[in-house]
Ligand binder design. Structure first.
Ligand code: SF4
Length: 291
């Protein structure tokens, strides 16, 4: 496999075959993210992508799940992406899941017809980063997304039957905007009702604009207690839409994973217990591991 540069995939896709279709991210401006800083966005040649797919077939006798990388793969023209998905389904007939990274704006810009074509060809799920539902924070982190655009992107995905995993970041509002962050994020999630939800505690990647803002005092990190309070608010105020909660990222204070709303009370019990007894609540800042 001819992977270029640093490779990222969601932790839920640890057992998936990764097929690189693009290099980098078209946006590449979020202040907290250094995933694709060293890459200029490019679309790989279709023959190189097909070569990787054929090579993987030689190596792996069974592939159940495939994840398309790098950053927002859904920015690709629908016909191009259809060719890749059709090549995958013909090469790996046993593969039951094809997923990719997408921007909510990519979903918004594609028509429901185009997304339905992709769904019918075999695309089952897209991973999107919302990070926050607060328009002030979205602007500060240079997400290039408004809450209205997020809702519109989600509506297109739902109309096409593509499952969406939304990731949000606890602590992205910092110490001074923790309340607004979680209230607005929860409100937006209740409108979007994603099939899966992945909350992650903020990780400060060295060399990012966010790291500089912390160094100059322009951004004060939320405390671990605030992060737990954000999780409490979220769990208390999601309005009962069915979703799978992936609160088990390695940098989270607690590892909570399961279906909502069924697991809501159990998760809340654990978060409230942590607020009372977890030693991390005495710290000013949550120590996380950059990736
Ligand atoms: S967070 Fe996503 S959209 Fe923003 S720069 Fe990183 S990969 Fe691109």
């Amino acid at each position: 496999m001819d992977y270029k540069g640093k490779i990222y995939r969601p932790w839920m896709e640890a057992n998936s075959l990764l097929i690189q279709t693009t290099l980098g991210c078209t946006h590449n401006k979020c202040t907290f993210c250094d995933m694709f800083r060293e890459k200029r966005f490019q679309i790989r040649k279709i023959e190189d992508i097909f070569k990787d797919i054929d090579q993987a077939r030689q190596i792996y006798p069974q592939i159940k799940s495939i994840f398309l990388i790098d950053g927002n793969v859904l920015v690709l023209k629908t016909d191009f992406l259809l060719q890749i998905i059709e090549k995958i389904t013909s090469t790996f007939p046993e593969c039951s899941k094809i997923s990719l990274y997408a921007g909510l704006n990519d979903l918004r810009r594609k028509s429901v017809e185009a997304l339905t074509q992709l769904r019918q060809a075999g695309l089952s799920k897209a991973y999107v980063g919302l990070e926050s539902g607060d328009p002030v924070i979205l602007k500060r982190i240079q997400k290039g997304l408004t809450p209205e655009q997020a809702v519109a992107g989600m509506a297109n995905a739902k109309a096409a039957g593509i499952d969406i995993l939304v990731s949000i970041i606890f602590g992205i509002g910092g110490r001074n905007r923790s309340g607004e962050h979680i209230v607005e994020t929860t409100r937006l999630l209740n409108l979007m009702a994603p099939e899966e939800l992945a909350p992650m505690a903020l990780t400060v990647q060295p060399g990012t604009e966010l790291a500089d803002q912390i160094a100059t005092g322009d951004f004060i990190q939320a405390s671990p207690l605030q992060i737990l309070e954000e999780e409490t608010y979220l769990l208390e105020n999601l309005n009962g839409f069915p979703t799978f909660y992936w609160g088990d990222h390695g940098n989270n204070i607690l590892s909570l994973k399961g279906r909502l709303p069924e697991s809501r009370e159990l998760f809340l019990k654990r978060v409230r217990q942590a607020i009372e007894t977890h030693p991390v609540t005495k710290k000013t800042v949550l120590l996380t591991t950059p990736w």
